[in-house]
Design a protein around this ligand. Structure first.
Ligand SMILES: Nc1ncnc2c1ncn2[C@@H]1O[C@H](COP(=O)(O)OP(=O)(O)O)[C@@H](O)[C@H]1O
Ligand SMILES: [Mg+2]
Length: 337
C-alpha cells in the first residue's frame, strides 16, 4: 500500500481551476519531489493533503486513512511546513517550539527532549534563544522545519522549503532532509527548482496546470526521453513560420530523432539526437542554407527536457511567463493610479 494516495483531485478557486484531475501515489520511506512552475497547483495539492483545504472532487488516503473523513488521524501522522509562514517576531525560537509542542499535546519532558534533538539536528544552538524577529530567511526556514518535526511525523510535507535561501542554508536543509529519509521518515516536497528535485528526490512527479504530466524516478524520466539533447538558437529567428521552416530543413539530418519547437523566448528549437557527429552535420546543413548559428549545445537529457517534451516550453520559460504576468498586472495597477 502506498503511504499516500491522491486520486482525481479537482479544485477551483472561483473561475480559476487550480487542480484539473490530479492523481499521485507516494511510497513509504522515500523523498518524493513535486516539481512544477509557479501556479502549477503544488500548494493547493499539499494543502489538501494536509487537510487544510477541501477538494471539490477526489480522494486522499494517508496510510490507508481517508483524510477527508478523518483529518485528525491524518494530522497526527504528518508534519506540514507551509510555503510562507508568519512567525511571531517577539518570541524566541525556543518559545515558539514549546508552544508548538503544546499544540501537539506533547508531554513537556518529551517535548523538551525532542527539541534538544532538533536544535542539534538543524544547527540552531547559537540563535534559538534569540527573538525570531532577528532571524535570517535560512534560520526561519530551519525553525519551520523543526516545528514540522516536533511530533515525529511519519510523513513530512514541505512546500518549497528553500525558496529564496542562500546556497549555504539550502545545503543545510537538503542535508537534514537526507538524514530524515535515512532514518525512515517519508518526505514529500514541492519545488520549482529543477536542481533541488534532481539532487534530493528518489521519485518525483512533474505537475503543470493542475495535472501530473510525468512520474517516476528522475533517471527513469530522463531515460524515457532517450537520445541526447541539442538546443539550437539562430539569429533573426523570431516567428513560427521560420521555426517550422528550419524544423523541416533539419529533420532529415542523420541522427536527428525529433524536433520540438520551443515557443518561448524567440522560438528556439530543441532537438533529440542520437549518435556521433550530429552537431557537425547540423552545422553544415545550417551553413549551406546560409543560416548563421547563434547557439548550439549538446547535452544529456535533463528534467527540463522532460518538462519541455510534455508542455512545449521549458520550466524556466514557464517561470518567466508567470513573472511576466505579474509584471503586467503591476504595471496595470500602477497605470491606474
Ligand atoms: N486562494 C486563491 N484564490 C484564487 N486563486 C488561487 C488561490 N490559491 C491559488 N490560486 C490559483 O490556483 C493556481 C494554483 O496555485 P498554487 O496551488 O498556489 O500553485 P503553486 O503552488 O504550484 O504555485 C494558480 O493559478 C493560482 O493563482
Ligand atoms: Mg506554491
Amino acid at each position: 500500500m502506498p503511504l499516500l494516495e491522491l486520486a482525481h483531485l479537482q479544485k477551483s478557486y472561483g473561475p480559476v481551476k487550480a487542480l484539473e484531475d490530479l492523481s499521485l501515489e507516494v511510497p513509504e520511506g522515500c523523498l518524493y519531489g513535486l516539481l512544477g512552475p509557479n501556479g502549477a497547483g503544488k500548494t493547493t495539492t499539499l494543502r489538501i493533503l494536509a487537510t487544510l483545504l477541501a477538494p471539490d472532487q477526489g480522494t486522499v488516503q494517508v496510510a490507508g486513512i481517508d483524510a477527508l473523513q478523518d483529518p485528525r488521524s491524518v494530522r497526527c501522522l504528518m508534519g506540514y511546513v507551509a510555503q510562507e509562514v508568519a512567525i511571531d517576531k517577539i518570541l524566541t525560537g525556543r518559545e515558539l517550539l514549546q508552544l508548538q509542542g503544546d499544540l501537539y499535546h506533547l508531554r513537556p519532558s518529551n517535548r523538551d527532549k525532542r527539541m534538544q534533538e532538533l536544535i542539534a539536528l538543524l544547527g540552531m544552538q547559537d540563535w534559538i534563544d534569540r527573538r525570531c524577529g532577528t532571524y535570517s530567511g535560512g534560520m526561519r526556514r530551519r525553525l519551520d522545519l523543526a516545528s514540522g518535526l516536533l511530533h515525529r511525523p511519519r510523513l513530512l510535507v514541505l512546500d518549497e522549503p528553500t525558496v529564496g535561501l542562500d546556497i549555504e542554508s539550502r545545503g543545510a536543509i537538503w542535508q537534514v532532509l537526507r538524514e530524515l529519509v535515512q532514518e525512515g521518515t517519508s518526505v514529500l516536497l514541492s519545488s520549482h527548482y529543477l536542481e533541488e528535485v534532481e539532487a534530493l528526490a528518489d521519485r518525483m512527479a512533474i505537475i503543470d496546470a493542475g495535472r501530473v504530466i510525468a512520474e517516476g524516478t528522475p533517471d527513469e524520466l530522463k531515460q524515457r526521453l532517450g537520445g541526447d539533447r541539442v538546443t539550437l538558437r539562430v539569429r533573426e529567428f523570431s516567428d513560427q513560420h521560420e521555426a517550422e521552416r528550419l524544423q523541416r530543413l533539419l529533420q532529415p539530418v542523420e541522427g536527428v530523432l525529433q524536433i520540438v519547437v520551443n515557443r518561448a523566448q524567440g522560438y528556439s528549437l530543441n532537438l533529440v539526437v542520437e549518435g556521433d557527429h550530429v552537431l557537425q552535420r547540423l552545422r553544415q546543413q545550417l551553413d549551406q542554407a546560409g543560416l548563421p548559428v547563434f547557439a548550439l549545445a549538446q547535452s544529456r537529457p535533463s528534467l527540463d527536457d522532460v518538462y519541455l517534451q510534455a508542455t512545449g516550453r521549458t520550466l524556466m520559460d514557464a517561470e518567466l511567463a508567470v513573472a511576466g504576468q505579474r509584471d503586467t498586472k503591476q504595471e496595470r495597477k500602477q497605470s491606474m493610479r
